[in-house]
Design a protein around this ligand. Structure first.
Ligand code: PGA
Length: 259
């Protein structure tokens, strides 16, 4: 893992946008998009580059990570709606190229298999953006998710339902069940960007980066991936034991070495 500690969330957003832009400029790109608050700064920066610098998504595809079960696709809280509202509708992403899980599918097990096949048909995901839950989840893979898991139904913890209640009219409206890419599905992406912002994520980031590889912290499964970039602000880096080494590594980063 390459751990990149930036002074603030704005710098994290710019580096995330740089990495996505670099991949877009290589041609067809399949982007894995997270929802939640964490990637919003990066999405705003990509929208700005689209409007002011002509960055184009016309040849890209997008795959969201997860979806609430039981919400119709047009529900304002569905991640299908959220990713359009927060990002893809504000750039030149073709709508048909923005893929998501259907939380209203009559057969969620078949829907999970369809999604795995759709990712494979696109040639896999090139760059996957990930936030992290306070409990170390990525996507909606809650603690004790199998490190080998594929896209499937999961039950949310009460903590995650509380954390996400701000997106719903009332806390009890947050669904209990979700569809999520599995940990092995996520690790199939060629480059993973794990983003942590703020003190509330410090413990989860430390467990993911420096803790044991363990289902108790699903994000620790990224230790198995050959190309993970961890992008954090000072607050989210505050519990890292080897912080000085990461800062030293970044300061020594050669010009020729990309993220
Ligand atoms: P957040 O959520 O970006 O809204 O903090 C991250 C997550 O739960 O994965």
């Amino acid at each position: 893992m390459e751990v990149v500690i930036h002074p603030d969330s704005g710098a994290v957003a710019r580096t995330t946008a740089d990495i996505v832009q670099g991949r877009l400029e290589q041609g067809h790109a399949a982007l894995g998009l997270a929802t939640g608050s964490t990637p919003l700064g990066a999405y705003r920066e990509l929208i700005r580059r689209h409007r002011q610098e002509g960055l184009s998504f016309a040849r890209a595809q997008a795959f969201t990570l997860d979806e609430y079960l039981g919400l119709p696709p047009e529900h304002l809280g569905s991640y299908r709606s959220v990713i359009r509202r927060e990002f893809t509708d504000s750039v030149d992403f073709p709508d048909r190229a923005v893929h998501s899980l259907d939380g209203h599918a009559p057969d969620p097990v078949a829907e999970a298999a369809r999604y795995e096949a759709a990712i494979a048909a696109a040639g896999g995901i090139d760059v996957q953006i990930l936030g992290i839950g306070t409990d170390g989840h990525i996507g909606f893979n809650e603690p004790m998710s199998s490190l080998a898991s594929r896209t499937r139904i999961k039950t949310l913890t009460e903590q995650t339902r509380r954390d996400n209640a701000r997106f719903f009219p009332a806390p009890e409206d947050v669904p209990h069940h979700v569809l999520t890419q599995g940990l092995a599905t996520i690790r199939d992406a060629r480059h993973l960007l794990l983003i942590g912002l703020g003190e509330a994520k410090a413990e989860a980031i430390a467990a993911a980066v420096e803790g044991p590889l363990a289902a108790a912290c699903p994000a620790s499964s990224l230790q198995l991936h050959p190309h993970t970039t961890v992008l954090v602000d000072q607050a989210a880096a505050s519990r890292l034991q080897h912080r000085e080494y990461y800062e030293y590594t970044l300061a020594q980063k050669p010009d020729w070495q990309a993220y």
